[in-house]
Design a protein around this ligand. Structure first.
Ligand code: C2E
Ligand code: MG
Ligand code: MG
Length: 440
């Protein structure tokens, strides 16, 4: 049985010493060796317990309060988990709890529940009751890992998953490793593409449903990996956010989109280009300057550019986002609310929203001709939008019946595979010129 030295877990009057990771790994090694020697199959569990509101407490209430909260959490863990456990503080607000000699993984889940209950009791401090807001990540040996290092790495993955889900607990699963592999593949492919000039938007035609004429295109990010396969654009944007390359990516898409749009024939009507801006880009203080300088570099009429932001991007801090959208509109650029209908915005939002267009999400459009409730939703969004002088764009038009129905409903513009799939810039230009010659 590994030696249980609980004094190192909570020493002194409430003070917790930090344990280095080598010691944690040594303890895990010992526990694994012990369970392998046992006659019956035994499980070793590593639970990483993190005080989620540690930084917030430090910043809002001062370091003493933050420290007191961690110390209290450590004491509760070290004092209540029984003899077959070891608790170590491994970083500022994080503990490693090792449970050994378990007969089943279910016992580990019970321990996690107990830890949740231990943290649930509020801590009285200065006449105030503090919440110990924790997240836990769990991995088991031999079920999830064969070595101490693997166990630690996998418990970290589970903890990150719990934090992402804003849940109190997650247990390691192979999908977490798969997700990590895939996101690092996307990240390294993005970095290669940024270095080699391998980012190119495709263009998807948009049609004015009132006249049937092309009225522009949406620029859609396309990035390939080394094998030449396209990466999911949303995953690429996430990777750019993680690796601090978002503004660079946005700048490339904007510049390339405006450069191509400058060549589009406009003698038979306006051709706008729409560029997507992610939720995080809306928090970039330099975004408005970036848009202004791209417009000036390519000599673009601001009214020919539409910036698309998703409805969900506006949910956190709507006032700040609205303010930024107003500054974009002050440049003369149009704003579209993308994927409209998938978020949780209230109707009161319509009166303040600094936008020119609502783009109805394709989820409502793909099955429009057969789904009566989607028809009701689309009709009422169109009526409401028009009442507030907003144009309506439908995305995901895949057949002629849907196109006709949307026209009949009064939808202003549309895009979708039936009108045109996203194309390389030169193919899009070729088709646009062919269309012009046909109708000219
Ligand atoms: P989105 O902006 O809503 O773009 C529309 C998506 O619907 C595109 O997917 C387009 O290819 C797809 N689509 C268009 N017509 C149809 C149709 O008729 N049927 C179906 N089933 N799908 C259709 P894509 O290109 O995979 O882009 C996915 C999302 O990635 C975009 O959704 C947008 O949110 C994001 N994205 C794309 N490019 C960029 C970019 O440059 N920057 C940022 N921040 N996000 C981008
Ligand atoms: Mg879009
Ligand atoms: Mg959309």
């Amino acid at each position: 049985m590994p030696k249980l030295n609980r004094e190192t877990a909570a020493t002194g009057p409430g003070r917790l010493n930090r344990t280095d990771l080598d010691t944690v790994l040594d303890t895990l090694d010992e526990a694994i060796a012990q369970s392998t020697l046992s006659d019956t199959q035994q499980t070793v569990c590593l639970l990483l317990v993190q005080l989620r509101n540690f930084t917030r407490l430090n910043l809002s209430r001062g370091y003493e309060i933050g420290d007191a909260a961690v110390t209290e959490l450590g004491k509760r863990l070290a004092g209540q988990l029984g003899d077959r456990s070891r608790v170590m503080r491994i970083s500022a607000g994080k503990f490693a709890v090792i449970l050994f000699g378990l007969k089943t993984g279910a016992q580990a889940i019970l321990a996690a529940r107990k830890i949740e209950r231990l943290a649930a009791d509020r801590l009285e401090m200065d006449g105030d009751k503090l919440r110990l807001d924790i997240a836990q990540g769990m991995a088991l040996q031999p079920e999830n890992a064969s070595s101490a290092e693997e166990l630690l790495q996998r418990a970290e993955m589970a903890l990150a998953a719990a934090r992402d889900k804003e849940d109190f607990f997650a247990t390691y699963s192979d999908e977490m490793s798969e997700k990590l592999r895939s996101s690092s593949h996307v990240e390294s492919s993005l970095l290669d593409a940024l270095a080699d000039g391998g980012i190119e938007p495709y263009f998807q035609s948009q049609i004015d449903l009132r006249t049937g004429n092309p009225c522009g295109a949406e620029a859609l990010l396309r990035c390939r990996d080394k094998s030449g396969a396209f990466l999911n654009p949303e995953a690429v944007v996430d990777a750019a956010e993680r690796s601090g390359k978002l503004l660079q990516l946005t700048s490339i898409i904007l510049n390339v989109a405006l450069r191509h749009a400058a060549d589009w024939p406009r003698d038979r009507g306006q051709q706008r280009v729409a560029v997507n801006i992610s939720a995080q880009s809306l928090r970039e203080p330099d975004l408005v300057d970036l848009i202004a300088s791209c417009l000036s570099i390519w000599g673009t009429d601001p009214d020919d550019l539409t910036i698309e932001v998703t409805e969900n991007a506006l949910i956190d801090e709507p006032e700040k986002c609205f303010d930024l959208l107003r500054r974009i509109r002050d440049l003369g650029v149009r704003v579209a609310i993308d994927d409209f209908g998938t978020g949780y915005s209230s109707y009161s939002y319509f009166k303040d929203i600094p936008a020119n267009e609502l783009k109805i999400d394709k989820a409502f459009v793909l099955n429009l001709t057969t789904d009566l409730s989607n028809q009701k939703i689309v009709r009422s969004v169109i009526a409401l939008a028009h009442a507030f002088d907003l144009e309506v764009v439908a995305e995901g038009i895949e057949d002629e019946e849907t196109y006709d129905l949307l026209r009949e409903m009064g939808c202003d513009t549309g895009q979708g595979y039936w009108i045109g799939k996203p194309q390389k810039a030169d193919e899009f230009l070729h088709d646009l010129e062919a269309e012009k010659n046909k109708s000219g």
